[in-house]
Write a protein that binds this ligand. Structure first.
Ligand code: C2E
Ligand code: MG
Ligand code: MG
Ligand code: MG
Length: 281
């Protein structure tokens, strides 16, 4: 009986596993072509300072314009790229493109603020990443403070020593470091005191229901005071409404990022947005 069940289960699962494998394999091939064919693009989402109400930064977010499937979400292809290791080459492209774009904006008298780039664990564990960062900054005549690297709490789940070493080197150089999706990982408090970071990014899942969910409101307030007690700046992600903005402003949050200020924009639209000198209400 048990044996039979086992066989049935096997037969039941096999097609699904094949489906998954084919999907990943198909995407791996497509991702490989995407880099070569220039199908990736960066969008830039403005961040606003809550004291001045002005733009104070930008996060570079990758976009994939697939020739047949159209725009594919990073939520779908970043995990595959991490699994296959392609995130390393992709991440290098992101870093080079974002820094070249910032250098271009600088030359044209705009964007005095840094650009933030997302780093995945896989990338961070490449010993060559330190040299790559140095090279890209030098190539573009940028100072280390012009670059911000976003990491997640998850980086301490793998080779914590190597991760810490990389972060310390970046910190000593003057590159800004922030913890993305803060509050969603497992290791926040234990590692936070040892991480040489500058900024916490409150995950958007806590911001979404800030007005109706008293637990979320309490969590956000706690993250803001925790951050400030540790001398970190705090930015809230996913801010979509004036009510959310007001809540955050009243609780002393330093910056916001979200659709309320602006969606992530292609480079030319980002330029127009900054030129219009937007200010939060
Ligand atoms: P993330 O780094 O936390 O980026 C913020 C995500 O929230 C972006 O999704 C952004 O479009 C979205 N967002 C911003 N404001 C709002 C808002 O007001 N409401 C809502 N509902 N969403 C908002 P996106 O661009 O789809 O990226 C998803 C994730 O993919 C990123 O989360 C990041 O983890 C990853 N990712 C994106 N680009 C890169 C990259 O170049 N390298 C790596 N390693 N990961 C990337
Ligand atoms: Mg991010
Ligand atoms: Mg995030
Ligand atoms: Mg909401």
């Amino acid at each position: 009986r048990a044996k039979e069940d086992g066989r049935n289960n096997f037969q039941f699962f096999e097609p699904e596993m094949n489906f998954r494998a084919n999907r990943i394999f198909g995407m791996e091939r497509d991702l490989h072509n995407a880099l070569a064919n220039g199908e990736f693009e960066l969008h830039y989402q403005p961040q606003a300072d809550l004291t001045s109400g002005r733009a104070c930064g930008a996060e570079a977010l990758i976009r994939w314009n697939h020739p047949e499937r159209g725009r594919v979400s990073p939520a779908e292809f970043i995990p595959v790229a991490e699994e296959t290791g392609q995130i390393v080459a992709m991440g290098e492209w992101v870093l080079r493109t974002a820094c070249a774009q910032l250098a271009y904006w600088r030359k044209n008298g705009m964007a005095v603020f840094p650009v933030a780039v997302n780093l995945s664990i896989r990338q961070l564990l490449q010993p060559s990443l330190v040299d790559l960062v140095r090279e890209v900054l030098a190539e573009n005549n940028l100072a280390p403070v012009d670059l911000e690297l976003e990491i997640t709490e998850g980086i301490m789940m793998g080779d914590a020593k190597a991760a810490l070493e990389f972060l310390s080197t970046m910190h000593e150089m003057g590159v800004q470091l922030s913890i993305d999706d803060f509050g969603t990982g497992y290791s926040s408090l234990n590692y936070l005191k040892n991480l040489p970071v500058d900024k916490l990014k409150v995950d958007q899942s806590f911001v979404r229901d800030i007005e109706i969910d008293s637990s979320d409101a309490a969590i956000v307030r706690s993250i803001i005071s925790l951050g400030h007690r540790l001398d970190l700046r705090v930015i809230a992600e996913g801010v979509e409404t004036l009510a959310e903005l007001d809540f955050l402003r009243m609780r002393g949050c330093d910056e916001i990022q979200g659709y309320y200020f602006s969606r992530p924009l292609p480079a030319d639209e980002f330029e127009r947005f900054i030129h219009s000198n937007p200010r939060l209400a």
